[in-house]
Write a protein that binds this ligand. Structure first.
Ligand SMILES: [Zn+2]
Length: 55
């Protein structure tokens, strides 16, 4: 469990982090975070957080 900000709860909640092997972007690895409060899922790429807005 990790404390992360949930866009749905609008507060910091426990999130479950799952490492995903991305079959499309094979050179990248992304993480899926699932809010334990509401089940909201969000993706974070491991390498460059700043690149998120580009996609
Ligand atoms: Zn939430």
């Amino acid at each position: 469990m990790e404390k992360r900000f949930c866009d749905n709860c609008l507060s910091k909640t426990d999130h479950k982090a799952i490492e995903l092997e991305d079959v499309i972007y094979t050179y990248k690895r992304k993480r899926k975070y699932i809010c334990s409060e509401c089940g909201h899922e969000s993706y974070r790429r491991g390498l460059r957080p700043t690149a998120e807005s580009v996609y």
